[in-house]
Design a protein around this ligand. Structure first.
Ligand SMILES: C[S@@+](CC[C@H](N)C(=O)[O-])C[C@H]1O[C@@H](n2cnc3c(N)ncnc32)[C@H](O)[C@@H]1O
Length: 229
């Protein structure tokens, strides 16, 4: 999938993309007219297809231009298999994107609730759930911190996969109050992950593994299992 984020709702590429479109599965034009350097925006033209599909251990994921999906599929699959092996009981998957972890971990859980703030991702997650005929998962479009504040005490396993900026401080306070038995924390930022782990005071770190999700860069993805003291 290759998308172009442009500042005016016009296709000025004309025939320049003709050969290029032969080479890709999906391409869209997205509008973002602010000054920020963004990789998402309002889809105003689909040049080709508008989505791609990735398959992990028999689960098909539809991925659209504005919804997050791990870019390194091989490493993501290793991490999801590990998460599956650690998941138990009623499970809450915060920052669930297109439902990749929620759907993958569903077979080990009694139920999974995925919470994601981007409506497009939640709609795709729901389609992914239906397409894969997985019954014990539901998706909610909400801010993760607001959801956790309102829903304390209902979950055995908490899965966290926040954006690079990490989690808000109030979120860590709500998680301590919720006190799930185990927390599976996937992070693409070891610095914010370290800071967050320090504030999850009621938990032991059972293990922390690093995965080379972004080869040839200084970035690394980590997976941590925390269990209640
Ligand atoms: C690192 S991605 C993880 C996605 C998914 N778990 C996966 O493995 O594909 C982080 C996700 O958090 C979502 N997000 C960012 N801020 C959020 C918030 N305040 N509440 C809920 N979701 C949020 C983003 O839209 C994005 O889908």
């Amino acid at each position: 999938m290759v998308n172009f984020v442009v500042s005016k709702p016009e296709n000025r590429f004309g025939f320049a993309l003709y050969d290029f479109l032969e080479e890709v599965d999906s391409s869209s034009l997205l509008l973002s007219d602010g000054v920020a350097d963004l990789n998402y925006g309002d889809i105003f033209q689909t040049l080709k297809k508008g989505f791609i599909t990735e398959t992990f251990d028999g689960i098909d994921y539809m991925i659209t231009p504005n919804s997050f999906f791990q870019s390194n599929s091989e490493m993501a699959l290793q991490m999801y298999r590990k998460i599956l092996s650690l998941t138990r009981g009623r499970t809450l998957d915060l920052y669930s994107g297109v439902g990749s972890i929620s759907l993958f971990a569903a077979s080990a859980a009694d139920s999974v609730t995925g919470v994601e703030v981007v409506q497009e991702a939640v709609d795709v997650a729901e389609r992914n759930r239906e397409n894969n005929e997985i019954e014990n998962v539901n998706f909610i479009c909400a801010d993760a911190a607001a959801y956790v504040k309102e829903n304390t005490g209902k979950f055995d396993t908490l899965i966290l996969d926040p954006p690079r900026g990490g989690m808000e401080q109030k979120m860590l306070k709500y998680i301590n109050e919720m006190a799930p038995e185990r927390i599976i924390y996937m992070s693409c930022n070891p610095v914010t992950c370290r800071d967050d782990l320090k504030l999850l005071e009621g938990y032991n770190i059972d293990f922390l593994e690093a995965y080379d999700m972004f080869p040839q860069t200084p970035h690394v993805e980590t997976l941590t299992l925390l269990t209640k003291k």
